[in-house]
Design a binder for this molecule. Structure first.
Ligand code: HEM
Length: 284
C-alpha cells in the first residue's frame, strides 16, 4: 500500500475528527485500521477550512476483497462524473457523483449501472492527497461483492480558464483587434464627441494593446494590466446607455465572427457587463 501504516492511522483519526460519516467507517475499518472512536475534535480547528472540490482529481487506488489485494484502478473525477478505468472496461459507464463534507474531508458517493453487470456503488472520502472507501458490486444472481479501496492522488488537472478557452493571448488579441476596429466604425459610439476625439488622439494600436491586457487579466490569463482603471479612463467620456448598448452589439459581432462557443460567449458578456458601472455615466 502506498500510504504507510502510521500516516494512514493519522489520516483516519483526522477524518473521524472532522465528522466523516459512519457510512464510510466500514470501509475504513476494513482498510486495515483498528479504530477506537476518536475524541470529538474542537470544531473551531476545522471550521474555517473550505471543503475542496474533487473535479480534476485523479487517484491511483488499490482494491482489496476479504483483505486480499485484487486489483488496481484509476479513479478520476470530472465536474459531474466519477470515472473508474477498470470498471468502465467492464461496461459500467461513468456515474454522476455527489459530495458532502465539512472542512477538509470530502465524502463522495456514486452508483454506476451496467445492463449486463448490475451496479457498482462507490462510497469514499478524500482528504488532501489520500482517498479511501468501499465499492459494492451487486449483480442479479450473485452475492454482492464488497471491495475496499485506498490510494493516493496522481494528479490534479487545472480547470481551463476563460483565457485558455478563448485561445490565450493570441486568440484574445485577434478578437480585440477586430472588436476595437468595429468600435471605431460605430456611428452611435462616434456620435459621442468626447469618445470620437479621444480615440482619434489615441494611437489605435495602443488602445488594442490596453484592451487586450485588461481582458486577458480578467479572463484569468497571466498578463498584468498596468493602465489606469477603466472608471478613470472611460467614465469621464459621458458614455450613455445607448452607446453602451452599441458596444455590446459590436462585442456580439466579434464573438460571432470568431465562432466563440455559446458558453464562452455568455462568460465574456458577463465579464463586460460587470464593467458597465465603471463606464456608463448614469449607471452609478
Ligand atoms: C461604450 C463603451 C466604451 C467606450 C466608448 C470606451 C472608450 C474609451 C476611450 C475613448 C479610451 C481612451 C481614453 C484615454 O486615452 O484617455 C478608453 C480607454 C480604455 N478603455 Fe474604454 N471604453 C468603453 C468601454 C470599455 C470597456 C468595456 C473596457 C473593458 C475592457 C474598456 C477598457 C479600456 C481600457 C483598458 C482603456 C485604456 C486605459 C489606459 O490606457 O490607461 N473600455 N476607452
Amino acid at each position: 500500500m502506498v500510504i504507510g501504516r502510521v500516516p494512514w492511522l493519522v489520516l483516519l483519526l483526522l477524518m473521524l475528527a472532522v465528522g466523516l460519516g459512519v457510512d464510510h467507517a466500514g470501509g475504513l475499518a476494513a482498510a486495515g485500521a483498528e479504530t477506537q472512536p476518536a475524541e470529538e475534535a474542537a470544531p473551531t480547528e476545522v471550521a474555517a477550512v473550505t471543503t475542496p472540490a474533487l473535479a480534476g482529481s485523479i487517484f491511483k487506488i488499490e482494491l482489496t476483497h476479504d483483505e486480499e489485494p485484487v486489483d488496481t484502478d484509476v479513479l478520476s473525477f470530472t465536474e459531474q462524473t466519477l470515472n473508474s478505468a477498470a470498471w468502465r472496461d467492464l461496461g459500467f459507464p461513468p456515474p454522476a457523483y455527489t459530495t458532502s463534507g465539512a472542512g477538509p474531508v470530502v465524502n463522495f458517493e456514486a452508483v454506476a449501472q451496467s445492463d449486463q453487470e448490475g451496479t457498482t456503488t462507490w462510497k469514499g472520502a478524500v482528504l488532501g492527497d489520500a482517498i479511501q472507501g468501499d465499492m459494492v458490486w451487486a449483480k442479479p444472481g450473485q452475492e454482492p461483492l464488497r471491495y475496499v479501496f485506498a490510494g493516493k492522488r496522481e494528479a490534479t488537472l487545472r480547470e481551463a480558464t476563460l483565457y485558455d478557452r478563448l485561445g490565450g493571448l493570441y486568440g484574445i488579441a485577434s478578437a480585440i483587434d477586430y472588436f476595437v476596429d468595429r468600435m471605431y466604425d460605430d456611428n452611435t459610439l462616434m456620435a459621442n464627441d468626447k469618445v470620437a476625439r479621444t480615440l482619434a488622439d489615441t494611437p489605435r494600436a495602443g488602445v488594442k494593446f490596453q484592451f487586450t491586457a485588461q481582458f486577458c487579466q480578467r479572463a484569468g490569463g497571466p498578463q498584468a494590466y498596468q493602465g489606469q482603471s477603466i472608471a478613470a479612463a472611460c467614465r469621464g467620456l459621458n458614455i450613455t446607455q445607448p452607446q453602451w448598448d452599441a458596444l455590446v452589439r459590436r462585442l456580439q459581432d466579434t464573438l460571432d465572427k470568431f465562432d466563440i462557443p455559446a458558453g464562452e460567449q455568455a462568460e465574456v458578456r458577463a465579464v463586460v457587463e460587470g464593467l458597465r458601472g465603471d463606464v456608463v455615466e448614469s449607471a452609478k
